[in-house]
Design a protein around this ligand. Structure first.
Ligand code: AMP
Length: 277
């Protein structure tokens, strides 16, 4: 396994990799969700590149960029075990030199949900992912359904800007009680970890109501909110039932429907989703 920190070294190594090249962009501090992407990339490609970069451009000024969990030594040991070929770990200065002035903006699908709650977030995501695609030049790149809107934004950017690679979206990995694995789960204390189950419970409730024949989207959203509000540590940011392509809210539930939510548990903001089909 080769570990490189500069764009020049990454480009040089890229020339020697056997095609096709699978690529997994991450912010590190690996959990089972990351591993599912890395393993799929390993199974489908003779060469695997993983990037670890906590991207300041996708964090708002009041968000957790500086406190975001980092453990590069542990991450590298995991990547070695998973037989990764190249790890790209650039510094912030390498990715954003002082004269950096170009940004990738995907419109419309970024205006809702996470985009509405976190202004500038997807501009940061699209820009760093476009840069990483240009540097790594992967054949396929792997993303998680856990960040459903992110996957939609990346697919739209790739289509609109004619980027020559395939985007593969992998199912959400969950702990045994249903909580989606996430780096930010590390912030939860024991009580909050218990309370966090309410996200998956409310998504399961939506699925259950749908399978019982309920088609009034606002009724389902309301039932989800009522369930979450019973949890004293939980504060709802949004509860959504939307078209998975446009992210427009539905009145009547038509399949496929993306049921998604963002909830603060204490001070920790968590997101999750399921697709009803
Ligand atoms: P991050 O390091 O949080 O930026 O995540 C890197 C990639 O892992 C993104 O494509 C995420 O969508 C994906 N990911 C994060 N959590 C999960 C999960 N629980 N299941 C599947 N994929 C995930």
């Amino acid at each position: 396994m080769k570990v490189v920190e500069t764009i020049a070294e990454m480009r040089q190594l890229r020339e020697q990799l056997i095609e096709p090249v699978g690529f997994v962009p991450t912010m590190g501090y690996f959990h089972e969700g990351h591993l599912s992407l890395i393993r799929r990339a390993r199974a489908e490609n003779p060469s695997v590149v993983v990037s670890i970069f906590v991207n300041p451009a996708q964090f708002g000024p009041q968000e957790d960029f500086s406190s975001y969990p980092r453990d590069p030594q542990r991450d590298l040991a995991i990547l070695e075990k998973e037989k990764t070929d190249v790890v790209f770990m650039p510094s912030v200065a390498e990715m954003y030199p002082p004269d950096f002035d170009s940004w990738v903006e995907v419109s419309k699908v970024t205006e809702r949900l996470e985009g509405a709650s976190r202004p500038g977030h997807f501009r940061g995501v699209a820009t760093v992912v476009a840069k990483l695609f240009n540097i790594v030049q992967p054949t396929r790149a792997y993303f998680g359904q856990k960040d459903a809107q992110q996957a939609i934004v990346i697919k739209k950017m790739v289509a609109d800007l004619n980027m020559d690679l395939e985007i593969i979206v992998m199912p959400t990995v969950r702990d045994s009680d249903g909580l989606a694995t996430s780096t930010r789960n590390a912030y939860l204390n024991i009580e909050e970890r218990q309370a966090a189950i309410v996200l998956y419970k409310s998504l399961s409730l939506a699925q259950q109501l749908w399978s019982q024949g309920e088609r009034d989207a606002e009724h389902i959203r309301q039932q989800m909110r009522t369930l979450i509000q019973k949890e004293p540590l939980a504060t709802i940011d949004y509860v959504s039932i939307a078209d998975p392509e446009t992210l427009k809210e539905m009145d009547r539930v038509k399949t496929p429907a993306l049921v998604s939510l963002a909830v603060e548990i204490g001070k920790v903001r968590l997101i999750d989703n399921v697709v009803v089909e």
